[in-house]
Design a protein around this ligand. Structure first.
Ligand SMILES: [Zn+2]
Length: 235
């Protein structure tokens, strides 16, 4: 088990989830954070993306996030990747990291991340939030259930709304991002107490579930189907 200082974590998407998650991971003492995001800071991001302020509008998110994080934590090493995530750069991005944090905003992109993490046997922590519902799920490929064990098929492109389209409370998005960081640290420390957390703040429900692996899962039980690996996915 690595010391936190030697741990390398890749944060995919530095938005409503990736901002609080990377802040909490840096605060906990993680030595290296990789930050992946091709987008620039927009005014409409600021209520939930806590690493940025109005002065950052127009700046690449990864650059603004790096500035803020290293200002707060001078010992933190950051590596930035202002690029679109797809199957073609997954191996290059994932190769040198211990754990991947899924802060991507579209479900179809989360499937691509899931499938490539399973293929490379890379632990990752899925999270998603839309309106009043949020979830977090750490995944150890071939040990715990993956995203495709729960929902086998990729939804049609743009079938589900993003935070931007459906709206989300900034404070709720941040809470899910901090929970994602907590589960990432548990994963790094070798915890076997790994759960799918589901929160619905409108119904006042919080559940921790341990989903079973699907023995028919096309990702983690049968081997990935090449045509699905090739699904185009751009941020
Ligand atoms: Zn699976």
């Amino acid at each position: 088990m690595k010391d936190l200082q030697d741990l390398k974590i890749l944060v995919m998407g530095v938005g409503g989830l990736g901002c609080p998650a990377s802040l909490a991971l840096a605060q906990a003492g993680v030595g290296t954070l990789g930050l992946v995001d091709p987008d620039r800071v927009e005014l409409s991001n600021l209520h939930r993306q806590i690493l940025y302020n109005e002065e950052n509008v127009g700046q690449l998110k990864v650059e603004a996030a790096r500035e803020r994080l290293t200002q707060l934590f001078p010992g933190l090493k950051t590596i930035i990747y202002p690029e679109v995530f797809s199957g073609s750069n997954a191996e290059k991005l994932f190769r040198s990291y211990d754990i991947i944090v899924d802060g991507l905003d579209r479900l179809e992109k989360k499937y691509v991340l899931n499938d490539w993490c399973v293929k490379f046997n890379k632990p990752f922590v899925h999270a998603g939030v839309v309106k009043f519902e949020g979830q977090v799920m750490p995944v150890i490929p071939s040990v715990t259930a993956c995203l495709r064990c729960l929902l086998p098929k990729i939804p049609p492109p743009f079938a589900l709304p993003t935070c931007r389209e459906a709206g989300v409370l900034g404070s709720f998005s941040q809470a899910i991002g901090y929970l994602q960081a907590f589960e990432t640290l548990k994963l790094a420390r070798g915890s076997k107490e790994l759960f799918l957390w589901k929160w619905d703040i409108q119904k006042r429900e919080a559940r921790a579930i341990r989903p079973a692996r699907n023995t028919e899962c096309e990702a983690c039980s049968k081997g990935m189907i090449e045509k699905e690996m090739a699904v185009r996915c751009e941020v």
